[in-house]
Design a protein around this ligand. Structure first.
Ligand code: ATP
Ligand code: MG
Length: 390
């Protein structure tokens, strides 16, 4: 019987970092934990790529692949061992901008501040409006540091106790027993970087549980709120990186407790300037017409400027998440008008007809769509102003 030829569903390159062998796939996602150390080490030493295959039973396995035309790049996804000596720490922080992935737009000072806070074991909170890159930046910093990492999306969980502490189960053979959560394991891992995504959307019970964990003077997790005895200490060098939508338009975001906020160093993500938005979109979509991309960046900037003005006719500007989605549609052959109709307009309220937020945004978009014969909504001055915002 002829041997079945399998094609890998993922390909990784191994990169040595300190004493670790990290695996990065073609999208720059770290796959280290999925592959045994021996396999990674051998691949690094033998200078070959590894592919992920799905066996007949549905189980996945990794093995050497040759003759592949896709080459995973580790160019902008690298991680390094964090030094302990002060001179080295200084050098590390100040040369850390090279660790930032190219696809993440974030200014050098903010990035360095983020790295510095992580290296110094601070609790970090990334804030900013929806879709401005908070989660992306938090994940990038976690990837850049060669430390064990854990991810928890607190906005998605309905069961904070189960997620952060664990669950009590009952089985007739075993009786009642307690199974601790992954979070309990995470905080006991020395040097771990723990991402608490969407903390602002978490249930208030989650905030209460986290209070003592995040407090620099306490740093313990209480397993049972009724009983003061059972506590778990947070291990040496654990860093927490949280993300939050603070002071934005989303009602699902609860107002976070001041005491909880005080336990974090805040790193505010900037909304991109027109120039940066343009650069990012051109970098991500080299095949989309640069003039159209320029118009997308202008539209987004106009809506952002408008939403921040005193006489704002819309409550929020178009986010970078949306401009990226929109350019994806342009890349797939939709025109600007069509792409806007499906990706932008549904985000704006249509009640109020001609006075609605949707009509307002539509008029901005249409200005950039065709012959410009639409009635002028903005005069040249306003457009020029938005274009020069930096
Ligand atoms: N500063 C940025 N640099 C590069 N890409 C960005 C940036 N901001 C947003 N994006 C794009 O938007 C997408 C969404 O970003 P991300 O999930 O990080 O937003 P967020 O701020 O966490 O949003 P939310 O408040 O909804 O959680 C990213 O996958 C990326 O494509
Ligand atoms: Mg997010």
């Amino acid at each position: 019987m002829a041997r079945q030829t399998l094609t890998p569903d993922l390909i990784v390159r191994i990169e040595k970092s300190g004493v670790r062998f990290n695996a990065w796939d073609t999208d720059g996602v770290k796959r280290t934990s999925e592959i045994t150390t021996t396999t990674r080490k051998k691949a690094f030493e033998g200078d070959y790529l590894l592919g992920r295959f799905v066996g007949r039973t549905g189980k996945t396995f990794w093995r050497r692949v040759d003759n592949v035309d896709v080459t995973p790049t580790t160019d902008n996804m690298s991680s390094v061992e964090v030094p302990t000596d002060h001179a080295e720490v200084l050098n590390f922080i100040h040369s850390s901008y090279s660790l930032k992935p190219r696809g993440l737009m974030m200014n050098e000072l903010k990035w360095k501040y983020l790295i510095r806070s992580a290296v110094r074991g601070k609790n970090i909170m990334m804030t900013g409006p929806a879709g401005c890159g908070k989660t992306m930046a938090a994940k990038s910093v976690v990837n850049s540091l060669d430390r064990p990492d854990y991810y928890f999306n607190l906005g998605a969980t309905q069961d904070p106790r189960g997620t952060l502490i664990g669950n009590t189960h009952f089985e007739s053979s075993k009786g009642t027993y307690f199974s601790e959560s992954l979070f309990v394991k995470a905080i006991q891992t020395p040097g771990a970087v723990i991402l608490l995504d969407e903390l602002s959307r978490a249930h208030p019970d989650a905030w209460n549980i986290l209070m003592t964990v995040l407090d620099y003077g306490q740093r313990y997790l209480r397993l049972d709120e009724q009983d003061n005895q059972a506590t778990i200490k947070v291990a040496e060098g654990v860093t927490f990186v949280a993300t939050a939508n603070i002071g934005n338009e989303y009602t699902s975001t609860r107002v976070m407790d001041k005491a909880l906020m005080d336990r974090f160093t805040i790193v505010e993500m900037d909304v991109l300037s027109e120039g940066d938005e343009n650069e990012l979109l051109n970098y991500m979509f080299p095949n989309v017409d640069a003039t159209v991309i320029g118009n997308v960046a202008k539209i987004a900037t106009l809506t952002r400027t408008e939403s921040n003005s005193e006489t704002a006719r819309i409550t929020s500007g178009i986010s970078t998440r949306t401009t990226v989605e929109l350019c994806g549609l342009l890349y797939d052959g939709f025109n600007l008008e069509e792409a806007s109709e499906v990706s932008i307009y549904p985000q704006y309220d249509s009640t109020g007809g001609v006075d609605s937020e949707r009509t307002f945004v539509k008029q901005i978009v249409q200005k950039f769509c065709d012959d410009g014969s639409n009635e002028d909504l903005f005069n040249e001055e306003e457009i020029a102003e938005a274009e020069t915002v930096d």
